[in-house]
Design a protein around this ligand. Structure first.
Ligand code: COA
Length: 264
């Protein structure tokens, strides 16, 4: 059950849950409360069978999320153990997206810096406005990414790109983020929502279990050799073959009709 939300807006419509981080006056920076609320809505989206896809976006024209809340970060300056706990907390919230059992999409409408970039990287897919700006500027503050970003960026875009972003702390224009594969699909700002929904609609037509298995196969394979990954892939392939959705998908193809998937 979702408690009262102060820093987020959350709604479900037509199988799509939308989370909007809603602190526009602070460029949607992730303070402790916002992270805690994100944890609540991620759990709710995971448990709600009517939710097929989760979209995360930022409120206002300017930012997706401009990072962890720097005023809160300052409180752990000089306290290594406290800072590590804080990073662990943020990581545990973002990890919930790995275990959602359904696709998550970061719809990046502006600055996605630091923790905001890490939140976007934790989503299954990312769409972006061509005016969005990515970056991991933590080194400018004397720290490094702490919400899984150094690991996820290296896995999504490769260690060379991760080193570049982390060591320079540069603001990365959307076109460059798209070029290196961080943004999957890029749109003009006024087309971001429609373009994202087009991708969502295509995902909604697919079997929920096949989507879940596809997400898990890629994610689990990140930590495996090619050989181990292929063994794991065969297990998911076998699991998919036991679903009613596989029979329906193949029958629909042969009968030249659209499949009706039930998630069973
Ligand atoms: N944490 C806390 N507050 C933040 C924030 C963050 N990460 N990012 C922005 N804000 C706040 C600003 O302090 C400001 O608050 P104020 O109006 O009470 O002073 C408000 O959001 C607007 O930001 P501002 O800096 O005035 O906007 P800008 O357009 O001049 O600059 C940025 C935009 C994104 C370039 C700039 O805000 C910035 O560099 N933010 C920090 C990015 C960062 O280092 N993130 C990583 C943190 S680990």
């Amino acid at each position: 059950m979702i408690m009262d939300l102060t820093n987020l807006l959350y709604g479900v419509e037509g199988g799509v849950a939308t989370v909007t981080i809603n602190r526009p006056d602070k460029l949607n920076a992730l303070n402790h409360q916002t992270l805690q609320e994100l944890g609540q809505v991620f759990d709710a989206a995971r448990d709600d069978e009517s939710v097929r896809v989760l979209i995360i976006t930022g409120s206002g024209e300017k930012a997706f999320v401009a990072g962890a809340d720097i005023s809160e970060l300052l409180e752990v300056a000089g306290d290594g153990a406290g800072a590590a706990t804080l990073a662990g907390f943020g990581q545990s919230i973002l990890r919930k997206l790995d275990n959602l059992g359904k696709p998550s999409i970061a719809m990046v409408n502006g600055f996605a810096l630091g923790g905001g970039c890490e939140l976007a990287l934790a989503c299954t897919l990312r769409t972006g406005s061509n005016t969005a700006v990515f970056g991991l500027p933590e080194v400018s503050l004397g720290i490094i990414p702490g919400y899984g970003g150094s690991q996820r960026l290296a896995r999504i875009a490769g260690p060379g790109v991760a080193r570049e972003w982390i060591l320079t702390g540069d603001m990365i224009p959307a076109a460059e983020a798209h070029r290196v594969g961080v943004i999957n699909r890029i749109f003009a700002p006024e087309e971001l929502k429609e373009g994202t929904m087009k991708m969502v609609k295509s995902i909604l037509k697919k079997g929920p279990l096949a989507l879940q298995f596809g997400i898990e196969a890629v994610l689990r394979g990140w930590d495996m050799s090619q050989g181990e990954g292929e063994v794991m892939e065969t297990e998911y392939f076998g699991k998919a073959a036991e679903t009613a959705d596989m029979k329906e998908g193949m029958a629909a193809f042969l009968e030249k009709r659209k499949p009706v998937f039930t998630g069973k």
